[in-house]
Design a binder for this molecule. Structure first.
Ligand code: ZN
Length: 463
C-alpha cells in the first residue's frame, strides 16, 4: 500500500542506529514512520513479530507509543516489554522467539537526544539495512495489515536468566552504579537475589541524569563509583551506560579496569573450557590483550570498531567472546552473543568470587604497558576517510613497517603500536599509542603526530 513518503532529517540514519535530538531532528512522526518502514521490512523478510522496549529518557514513552502505532498499521504483532535496558530487549527477542526487536534509546547521549537500536533474531541491524528502512519510509511503499499489541513483563525471567550463570564461592561486596539510566530497576531485582553485599548508586531511573552522565568509559563519570568503593571497602565497582549495553569497572584499589583488560580477564575463563577459540577485539585494544589470548591458547582476531560489526563477526566466526574498548562486551559462551553489561557484571562477580585473588591482583597479573587514552583529532567530515588513505599510502613506501588496515591504520614498530582511524559516528580521527616504555610511547606519539601533520591534521592540546 503506497502512502505519502516520509523524509527523515539527513543526520538521523546512522551506521549503527537511528539517532537525533528530540523535537529538532527526531520526533513522534519519525518514530511512526520508522515503525511502518521497519515493520514493512520485517514482513517482507517473512516475519511478523517484533519486540519493543524503551529506556528511561523523558521522550522515550511517547516515541515508543508512536513506534508501536506504526508497527501495528503494517500488520506487525508487537510484544511490548516496557521500560528497561537495551539488553533486556535483546533477551526478549530470543526468549519470545520474535523475528526482530526495536529499542527506543539514546544510549549514553545527552538527555535531549534519543534514538532507535534494532536487531533481528539472528543478529544486529546496521549499515545498509538502516539505509533500507529510510528508503522504504521515503517511498511510502508500506505493507498493510492489522497488527496487535501485547504487554509482556519479562523482568523476572530476565533477572533469573542473568543469575543462572553466577557460580560464586566467596561473598563479595560490590558497588553498582546505574547512573540513573535504564538498568536501575533490573539492577535492584538482580542484586536482591545475588549472594554477597551490594551497594547501589543512582538506581532511580531519571532521564535528566541528575548525578553524572551515564557513560562509564569516561573517567570523570566513575568518580562517584571510585569514592563508594573506597568508602565501603568494596571488592569491585561496576558501572553501566544509560541503556546498559556498556560496562565500566573499578577494582578494590580504585583503579579503572578498561574494556580490553576486562576482556583479557574474561578470556582466561572462556578459553579454559573452549581451547583454541577465536576471541575478537577492536583495533583500539591493547596488544596485551591479543598476546594474552595467544598465551592462553586462543586465537586472537583484531576487528573493526563498532558494536554491530563485532556482533556480526562473532556470529560469522563462531567466537564465544568479543569486546571493544568502549565497554561493549559480548558473551556467546553460555549467553546469546549480544552486549549485556548486566550479564558482564555477573560474569565478573562470578569469576572474582571463585578466585583466591582480588580483582586488583588479577589485573596485576597482566603485563604493564604505557598507553594513551583514545584521543580525538578534529577533522573535516569530507576529509576524514581520505586522510587515512593518505597516511596508508605514505606508510606503504616505508620499508619494513607493518600496518594492519582492517579499520584505519594500526602501525607496529619495535616500540609498540599506534593507531589512527576515522570515527563512524563523529567528525574526528581516533588515535591511540602503546609501548612497553615511556620513551617508546613518546616516539610513537611523535610519529603519529608527524604522519597526521603531513595531511594537515593537528593534535588536540596536551597530546
Ligand atoms: Zn549503550
Amino acid at each position: 500500500m503506497t502512502q505519502a513518503g516520509h523524509q527523515f532529517h539527513p543526520s538521523v540514519l546512522r551506521e549503527y542506529d537511528i539517532r537525533g535530538v528530540v523535537e529538532k531532528t527526531l520526533g513522534v512522526a519519525d518514530a511512526r514512520a520508522i515503525g511502518m518502514a521497519y515493520g514493512t521490512k520485517i514482513r517482507r523478510a517473512g516475519g511478523n513479530v517484533i519486540a519493543l522496549g524503551f529506556d528511561g529518557r523523558l521522550s522515550s514513552p511517547e516515541l515508543a507509543t508512536a513506534l508501536a502505532e506504526g508497527l501495528v498499521s503494517v500488520g506487525i504483532q508487537v510484544k511490548r516489554v516496557g521500560l528497561g535496558p537495551t539488553p533486556m530487549l535483546y533477551f526478549a527477542i530470543k526468549h519470545l522467539y520474535a523475528d526482530a526487536g526495536i529499542m527506543v534509546t539514546g544510549s549514553h547521549n545527552p538527555p535531549d537526544h534519543n534514538g532507535f537500536k534494532m536487531a533481528l533474531y539472528g543478529g544486529p541491524v546496521y549499515g545498509d539495512a538502516i539505509q533500507a528502512i529510510g528508503a522504504i519510509a521515503r517511498s511510502g511503499d508500506f505493507e498493510s495489515g492489522e497488527g496487535t499489541i501485547e504487554d509482556i513483563d519479562i523482568r523476572d525471567i530476565y533477572v533469573d536468566r542473568l543469575l543462572q550463570d553466577y557460580i560464586g564461592t566467596r561473598d563479595l561486596k560490590i558497588v553498582w552504579d546505574a547512573g540513573n539510566g535504564a538498568t536501575g530497576d533490573i539492577l535492584r531485582r538482580m542484586t536482591a537475589k545475588l549472594p554477597g553485599k551490594h551497594i547501589l548508586l543512582f538506581d532511580e531511573i531519571d532521564g535528566k541524569f541528575p548525578n553524572h552522565h551515564p557513560d562509564p568509559t569516561v573517567p570523570e563519570n566513575l568518580v562517584d563509583l571510585q569514592r563508594a568503593v573506597a568508602e565501603h571497602g568494596a571488592d569491585i565497582g561496576i558501572g553501566f551506560d544509560g541503556d546498559g549495553d556498556r560496562i565500566g569497572a573499578i577494582d578494590g584499589t580504585g583503579r579503572i579496569v578498561w574494556g580490553d583488560q576486562l576482556l583479557a580477564i574474561y578470556a582466561r575463563e572462556v578459553l579454559a573450557t573452549r581451547p583454541g577459540a577465536i576471541i575478537i577485539a577492536d583495533v583500539k585494544a591493547s596488544q596485551v590483550l591479543f598476546d594474552e589470548i595467544t598465551r592462553l591458547g586462543g586465537t586472537p582476531l583484531m576487528f573493526k570498531t563498532g558494536h554491530s560489526l563485532i556482533k556480526a563477526k562473532m556470529a560469522e566466526t563462531g567466537s564465544p567472546l568479543a569486546g571493544e574498548m568502549s565497554g561493549h562486551i559480548f558473551f556467546a559462551d553460555k549467553w546469546y552473543g549480544f552486549d549485556d553489561a548486566l550479564y558482564c557484571g555477573i560474569r565478573l562477580a562470578s569469576l572474582v568470587s571463585r578466585s583466591d585473588q582480588s580483582l586488583a591482583q588479577i589485573v596485576d597479573t597482566l603485563p604493564t604497558v604505557f598507553n594513551t587514552p583514545e584521543t580525538r583529532f578534529e577533522v573535516e567530515a569530507a576529509r576524514k576517510f581520505q586522510v587515512i588513505v593518505e597516511v596508508k599510502e605514505r606508510l606503504a613506501k616505508i620499508p619494513g613497517i607493518k600496518v594492519n588496515d582492517i579499520d584505519g591504520v594500526r602501525v607496529n614498530t619495535p616500540d609498540g603500536w599506534w593507531l589512527a582511524r576515522a570515527s563512524n559516528t563523529q567528525e574526528v580521527l581516533v588515535a591511540r599509542a602503546e609501548s612497553s616504555s615511556l620513551a617508546g610511547l613518546d616516539r610513537l606519539k611523535a610519529q603519529l603526530v608527524a604522519e597526521l601533520g603531513l595531511s594537515g591534521i593537528a593534535p588536540p592540546e596536551g597530546f
